[in-house]
Design a protein around this ligand. Structure first.
Ligand code: NI
Length: 206
């Protein structure tokens, strides 16, 4: 097991696309385990292989409510609760999508930034599981949002690409100019407030 480095925007490697996984072999299983450990260590609820500089179509999720977290058990939908998590999905493909929803998304590759993103409310996703077996996931709720966010990563896309052109450009130039605030060395009152708000939401990074 290992905690992997998570690439941060504007690292150009986040723009690479994942290649299909031809065989769920020992190396791929190890990568999935390492990604889960990495995701938990940064309090994320999802992680895609592209984020750890591996260009394969693999994502992991665990959107289950956590002790003391913002996401409460009663907010979980029935469909989401029926999916056994953590999920390891190789070659995930959305084969059905319905309805619209929005969510205040964050990302381990864009820390401290949160923006409302439009997503499909319900998805059916075909994939291979950790044993290389074909599975079909039917879900809505936070898990459906998370899977869509992670599949975007596998196509080189970030949630900040899905905002209005003006908002997207503003956030990207702000990050390129100032980087990310360091919560242990706040430079201003505003940084402190942001760090506090981030602390409350950080478990929602996808
Ligand atoms: Ni992300």
């Amino acid at each position: 097991m290992a905690i992997l480095e998570v690439l941060k925007f504007p690292d150009s490697r986040l723009r690479l696309k994942g290649a299909p996984v031809l065989s769920v072999n020992a190396e791929m299983k190890q990568l999935a385990e390492d990604m889960l450990e990495t995701m938990y260590s940064f309090k994320g609820i999802g992680l895609a292989a592209i984020q750890v500089n591996r260009q394969v179509r693999l994502l992991v999720t665990d959107t289950r409510p956590r002790e003391g977290g913002r996401y409460k058990p009663e907010e979980q939908t029935e469909l989401e609760r029926a999916v056994v998590q953590p999920l390891v999905l190789f070659n995930p493909e959305i084969i059905k999508k319905e309805g619209k929803t929005t969510y205040d998304e964050g990302c381990l590759s864009v820390p401290t930034y949160y923006e409302t993103v439009d997503r499909f409310d319900y998805v059916e996703v075909k994939a291979l599981d950790i044993d290389g077996k074909e599975i079909l996931i039917k879900t809505d709720g936070l898990l459906a949002i998370c899977i869509q966010h992670e599949i975007d990563h596998l196509d080189g896309k970030l949630f900040i690409d899905r905002l209005s052109p003006i908002k997207s450009a503003r956030i990207k130039s702000k990050i390129k100019k100032h980087g990310y605030p360091d919560p242990s060395h706040p430079e201003s009152e505003e940084d402190l407030d942001e760090a506090e708000a981030d602390e409350e939401r950080e478990e929602h990074r996808l």
